[in-house]
Design a protein around this ligand. Sequence first.
Ligand SMILES: [Zn+2]
Length: 115
Amino acid sequence: MSIRLNQLRTRLLEEQQQLQQHIAHVLAGQPSLDYQQLHLKLQQLPLPRWPELLLHWHTPELRGPSKRLEAVQAALSQMEIGLYGICCDCENRIEAKRLERDPAEQRCAQCRFSG
Ligand SMILES: [Zn+2]
């Protein structure tokens, strides 16, 4: 694995951890029983399965971080299978500059701005 890829991977792992903490914090601060149950459920689930559960909850506080967690995890699994940095629309390489700015970027500049 190249140094650059390694750095991006470290950034993604750090962000994943921050998002996990943020989501747990939001849930812990909710008085409703539903949220408390969701919080308990999440603690029993492995992190890669959080987004599928969280995205059923259409609450604004959770929606953003859950979507982001999903994107971060997608990028990490692409790294594992050697498909990181490939545009999900046109399958060209995503520009290095875009990946530096957002390591979870899924589209090349052309597809991002034309779509
Ligand atoms: Zn593209």
